[in-house]
Structure formats: structure tokens, C-alpha cells
Ligand binder design. Structure first.
Ligand code: HEC
Length: 152
């Protein structure tokens, strides 16, 4: 059973979870490919938010909401794509082995970052945007710093 606290956290991201794939019967190679693809979806969403932050694009609450939803969905999807044994496969992975020895912390960062993307969806004013983006971006960074081998 999930604890009450966990249920509340997941309840707020129910929409994101609805698109979560079941990773039960997936091969390591497929898991690696699919999580990389999901992370690319996450990056696409963040690029749009980055363009707004740099004022290359005007602040638009609708665009922010859609981009943040895309990020939340793809992150929640990626979170399910690190099954045991997928530290290597037939394609290259940049995931560090520590993910599978330090799983609780890894999952916790996923949860916090998904929550930051969910919170971003209700940012309706330009002033609230930079701090919300800071929170979201630091989620990406803290996980990548610990658990992702940098690409050359
Ligand atoms: C809880 C951990 C975690 C969080 C949070 C996270 N990532 Fe990742 N990300 C990873 C790991 C691990 C990989 C390496 C996947 C692999 O190669 O197996 C990765 C890979 C990527 C990649 C490369 C995909 C590819 O094609 O190889 C991009 C881009 C990316 N993440 C963007 C983001 C962005 C943007 C955010 C924040 C909005 C984010 N990630 C949040 C763990 C995380």
C-alpha cells in the first residue's frame, strides 16, 4: 500500500501518470531507447520555456501551461523506464549505475521535478515565471549531476 503522503503527491499528478507506460515486460534495450526518447520530449518542452525566459518569445500563459504539461507527462513516463537490469543494453546509455543502488533518492528527485512541472502549469503571470522555471531547471540539474554521464 502507498502511504497517505505518497498518495497525495501522486494524486496531484494523476494526469501525468495516466500516460505512464507499464515497464513490466520491457527489455533493457527498449527501456533505454524509450527513456531517452521521453527525455527528448522533456527537453523540447523546456526549450520553449527557455526561449520565454530569454525573452526570445513573449510570455504566454497558454504556451507555458502546454509546455509544462508536456514536461510533466514525459518525465512521469521516463520515471517508469529505469527497470532493474537496464543499466546496460544493446544501445548506449548515459545512466549511471548509482540509479539502481540509490533508487529512493533517484525516485524522489523525479517526484519533485514532476511536481515542479505541474506547479509551472498554473503560472499565469510573467513575474511568477522565473522562480518556477528555476525550480524546474534545478530538478533536471540535480538529477543529471548525480545520475547521468555527461555526453561528450
Ligand atoms: C530523476 C532524474 C532525472 C530528472 C529529474 C531529469 N532527468 Fe534527464 N536524464 C536522466 C537520465 C538518467 C538520463 C540518461 C538516460 C539514458 O541514457 O539511459 C537523462 C537524459 C536526458 C536527456 C538526453 C536524452 C538522450 O537522447 O540521450 C535529455 C535531453 C534530458 N535528460 C533532459 C532533461 C530535462 C530538460 C529535465 C528537466 C525538465 C530532465 N532531463 C530531468 C535523469 C533525469
Amino acid at each position: 500500500m502507498m502511504s497517505g503522503k505518497k498518495l497525495r503527491i501522486w494524486g496531484t499528478i494523476g494526469v501525468a501518470l495516466a500516460v505512464t507506460v507499464s515497464a513490466a515486460a520491457i527489455t533493457a534495450t527498449d527501456a533505454i531507447k524509450q527513456r531517452q526518447q521521453a527525455m527528448e520530449g522533456v527537453r523540447d518542452g523546456l526549450m520553449t520555456l527557455g526561449a520565454i525566459a530569454k525573452k526570445e518569445q513573449a510570455f504566454d500563459a497558454g504556451v507555458v501551461k502546454a509546455s509544462a504539461a508536456k514536461i510533466a507527462d514525459h518525465l512521469a513516463e521516463a520515471a517508469e523506464l529505469f527497470p532493474a537490469g537496464s543499466d546496460k543494453g544493446e544501445v548506449q546509455t548515459w545512466s549511471k549505475p548509482e540509479i539502481w543502488t540509490d533508487r529512493e533518492n533517484f525516485d524522489e528527485i523525479f517526484k519533485t521535478t514532476v511536481q515542479a512541472a505541474v506547479d509551472m502549469q498554473s503560472v499565469s503571470e510573467a513575474e511568477a515565471f522565473p522562480p518556477a522555471l528555476g525550480k524546474l531547471g534545478s530538478g533536471c540539474k540535480s538529477c543529471h549531476d548525480l545520475y547521468r554521464i555527461p555526453k561528450q
